[in-house]
Design a protein around this ligand. Structure first.
Ligand code: B3K
Ligand code: ZN
Length: 880
């Protein structure tokens, strides 16, 4: 496979004004007929170069140009292209191709999932359906007719509005859909199946009534209400927050079981991984409910940020993804708790995106090149991209940012544009020059901020010295300084925010402010600072950077209790816990009984005793940094020692805090028993704290608590409590109770694949001896299928991402297992293979012993035979 470069972008030679598609769906094949109304791109000269259409895995049956069948001499077909010579500026091209959706295991293009036909076209799947100019800057008006057996496929859907339908004598029927909006092929979709739907309506801000439909397999019809509620909420929110109104008369969501990602924003016909739509109390956890809410919103928001204004080319992917993730996080923050949402997002970013940015696949938010675009649907494009938009929001302020968004949508409605166009709109409304800010789009790697300070009591001046740098990443060295918004406050000894007046300013700002760090080294001098302050820095994580400031542990304890910024309270606690765990990592090489800094127990005790503390915040404060995050703090991590130290600290906390935790747990559990399940913030917070306390308490191996846990597992009316109790049992030494619970769970939910995914992953992630053996057994379970991405993620993904002691086993068996599965998967579904391999690609983060073991497996995969382009690119980059 060859590198595709941003610098090689050229306008398309031809445009497709209209696209008329006919699908004839049969059990063993499908015929796709395409009539394309085309023209030479009017922005270019009138000479007529060869027309090169994309097409893969297609069998060309018929081809006509302007109504005349082409002879074999008049076109050429390769495994990637169909080439022919137009003779007029405007022309019509008709093709008929034969494809085999039922044998499509890649789940890209047209494929079958649980008896239904569905499509996934982004990024380059449309070329597996028909010959086309499969690039986002070719936008066309689509009409689509689907023919299928009426009995098996009563529902036939595509984008836009249905305009005609009919029945044939042979038991087949058809429906024609017309999408009035021009769109790139990646937003095309068809669905055919035996589906039921939940219906509702939404009246838009201008008073138009929109029909809302969620289509699912009949057995899931009782699990759609939460998604429907979420949809109505996010439609209203987008009107209120961004002034964006929905534009078609119908909005459809379809749930499919076999899906490579979460969901897809096809115009008017979103297709979802069923795990991201279906949710009800008995089967879905609180986290799953929140995921449904945010993904429904994300896909809906794409209707403007992605569909009405789309990307010129795939290098601009973050234009729609970063912005849309930012929009969905704002929405979730508004629906739930903004601080908790920020904590969750930052934990995820720092554990996973920072790891990506420090590894061999590191790339800028706007990559300069790629081999396989599917590999670039990354944490960097999505999450770091959202952070970049968030920084703009911070620098411009809410009101100006909104003006910029309005201008962007207005200027570019109906166009395929670039990240520069987005920034240009923000420059116009703010009057700011964002040239330096744009380095966030072109420079990869996580910037470091090192901050020191000094206070001079005599002059009452306080100086913050800020240094920034960014490590080298593949193909990038000597990076220029970024624009880093540093939100900060200065706290008095009592924890009050001091007035902030920089030298040269005549008035002081109260509370907090945002400093714009723009240079490699920069000082900020505050005047009239009446006492030695304690700085609260990078509040709400105002930039995606690694910040170092040398707080003492007592400072951290103070900030955890008194900082006026909720996020920074949590952050102080994370720093403290991290230091305590790191101490233990060091000591474990010498002794089995390390000494743990008592301040952690003391401050946790104080927090537990504080009655007025929001349970959601308390739960966040009591969670130790994840093993993955701790690993990221080391140059060369010893994953087993880190796991052991984290376990040790957790156990120590559990024993030390057993009494207050038990009292609190009992009270919360009682409320849960008395309160019917509602997936709303306050109840979610209660259950989260309750489950966290249960997990700590179970560490004490107390039989009385075991009874409580078994009871919570058995009587809970919701999956949040049930699954948490199951996880506690499975991770405990009480194997009989665990086995019994697993058995009962499987009996009860065997018919529900999404619930069974949770049953699989709880076991795959269990940090108990012989974890690999258990996982190998799970693969043989009748409910497991390697062809289903959710199952692969639930078993193989959970094992390699969450099961530190077993995946990183000293003998390399965990790595060999993952390598075997990657090889097996690559032949079926390259996108999933290229994703699931990622823990091995992070080999440089580990100690030499683990590095060696990982490299052996990476090389074995590389030499295992013919690889997909997806996997090839990942290996090529990981093995340099
Ligand atoms: N845009 C899709 C992602 C498609 C990925 C294809 N490999 C989902 C989303 O971000 O909304
Ligand atoms: Zn998206």
């Amino acid at each position: 496979p060859k590198m595709i470069k941003l610098s090689a972008y050229r306008l398309p030679d031809y445009l497709i004004e209209e696209t008329h598609l006919t699908f004839e769906l049969h059990e063993s094949y499908a015929l796709v007929h395409a009539r394309l109304v085309m023209q030479r791109n009017p922005s270019l000269d009138t000479h007529l170069p060869p027309l090169v259409l994309d097409g893969q895995k297609l069998e060309l049956i018929d081809i006509n140009l302007n109504g005349e069948r082409l002879s074999a001499m008049e076109y050429t077909v390769t495994d990637k292209h169909l080439t022919l010579q137009p003779t007029t500026i405007e022309f019509e091209l008709d093709t008929t191709v034969r494809i085999e959706p039922q044998n499509n295991t890649e789940l890209e293009g047209l494929y079958k999932s649980s008896g239904m036909f569905c499509t996934q076209c982004e990024a380059e799947g449309f070329r597996k359906i028909t010959y086309y100019l499969d690039r986002p800057d070719v936008m066309s008006r689509f009409t689509t007719t689907i023919f299928a057996d009426k009995q098996n496929y009563p529902i036939l859907l595509s984008n836009g509005n249905p305009i005609a339908q009919g029945e044939d004598d042979d038991g087949r029927h058809w429906v024609t859909w017309e999408d009035p909006f021009k769109k790139p092929a990646y937003l095309f979709a068809v669905v055919a199946g035996d589906l039921w739907c939940v219906e509702d309506t939404f009246t838009t801000m201008s008073g138009r009534e929109v029909a809302l439909r969620i289509y699912v397999e009949p057995e899931n019809i009782d699990k759609c209400q939460h998604a429907m509620n979420s949809l109505k909420k996010c439609m209203r929110w987008d009107e209120e927050k961004y002034g964006r109104e929905y534009d078609l008369d119908i909005f459809m969501v379809v749930a499919v079981n076999d899906f490579n990602m979460g969901a897809m924003e096809n115009k008017g016909l979103n297709i979802f991984n069923s795990s991201c739509v279906l949710a009800k109390a008995e089967t879905a956890t609180d986290a799953a409910h929140q995921r449904v809410e945010s993904i429904v919103a994300h896909e809906y928001f794409h209707n403007w940020s992605g569909n009405r204004v789309t990307c010129r080319d795939w290098f601009q992917l973050s234009l729609k993804e970063g912005f849309t993730v930012f929009r969905d996080t704002q929405f979730s923050a508004d629906m739930n708790s903004d601080v908790v949402k920020r904590i969750e997002d930052v934990s995820y970013l720092r554990t996973h995106q920072f790891a990506e940015d420090a590894g061999p696949m590191a790339h800028p938010v706007r990559p300069a090149e790629y081999m396989e675009i599917s590999n670039f649907y990354t944490l960097t494009i999505y999450e770091k991209g959202a952070e970049v938009v968030r920084m703009l929001h911070t620098l411009l302020g809410e009101a100006v940012f909104r003006q910029g968004a309005d201008l962007y949508f207005e200027r570019h409605d109906g166009q395929a544009v670039t990240c520069d166009d987005f920034i240009a709109a923000m420059e116009t409304v703010s009057g700011m020059d964002l040239t330096q800010f744009k380095l966030w789009y072109s420079q990869a790697g996580t910037p470091r901020l090192v901050i020191t300070d000094s206070y001079d009591a005599a002059t009452q001046t306080y100086c913050l010295q800020v240094k920034q740098s960014c490590p080298d990443t593949p193909d990038q060295t000597d990076k220029k300084p970024f624009v880093i918004p540093l939100r900060m406050a200065l706290l008095s000894q009592q924890g009050q925010s001091l007035p902030l007046q920089l030298q040269g300013e005549s008035i002081a700002m109260k509370g907090e402010r945002v400093l714009a760090v723009t240079e490699a080294e920069q000082s900020f001098i505050f005047q009239k600072v009446t006492e030695q302050p304690l700085p609260s820095l990078l509040r709400s994580f105002s930039a995606p950077v690694i910040m170092e400031y040398n707080y003492s542990r007592d400072d951290l304890v103070f900030l955890l209790q008194h900082d006026t910024d909720g996020f920074n309270r949590w952050e102080a606690g994370q720093q403290l816990s991290l230091q305590v765990i790191e101490d233990v990592v060091g000591q474990l090489y010498e002794t089995d009984e390390p000494m743990m800094d008592s301040r952690l127990v003391e401050v946790f005790t104080a927090l537990l005793a504080q009655d007025d503390l929001d349970p959601a915040m308390l739960a966040e404060f009591l969670s130790l940094p994840s093993t993955g995050y701790i690993i990221e703090q080391y140059e060369q991590a010893d994953p087993l020692a880190i796991h052991q130290a984290r376990e040790y600290v957790s156990n120590q906390l559990a024993y030390a805090l057993k009494e207050p935790m038990r009292v609190r747990y009992d009270a919360l559990r009682k409320t849960s028993l008395e309160t019917p399940y509602v997936a709303q913030a306050s109840d979610i917070a209660r259950r989260r704290l309750q489950n966290m306390l249960l997990a700590y308490l179970m560490r004490t191996n107390d039989l009385d608590i075991l009874d409580e846990c078994v009871d919570q597992f058995g009587v809970a009316d919701n999956m949040t409590e049930r699954l948490a109790a199951l996880a506690c049992l499975v991770n405990s030494p009480f194997t009989d109770e665990a086995q019994e619970a697993l058995k009962r769970f499987a009996e009860r939910f065997s018919e529900d694949p999404i619930v069974m995914d949770q049953w699989f992953s709880v076991q795959a992630a269990a940090v108990v001896p012989s974890g690999l053996e258990r996982v190998t057994h799970l693969l043989e379970h009748p409910a497991f299928s390697i062809k289903n991405p959710n199952k692969v993620r639930a078993v193989i993904g959970a094992f390699s991402m969450q099961n530190t002691p077993n995946f990183h086993a000293e003998d390399g068996s965990g790595y060999a297992f993952l390598a075997d599965k990657v090889i097996e998967l690559d032949a079926l579904n390259p996108q999933i293979a290229a994703r699931i391999i990622s823990p091995l690609t992070r080999w440089q983060r580990y100690d030499l012993h683990h590095q060696e073991l990982m490299l052996v497996q990476l090389k074995r995969i590389k030499n295992s035979g013919e690889l997909s382009a997806d996997l090839f690119e990942v290996l090529e980059k990981s093995l340099v």
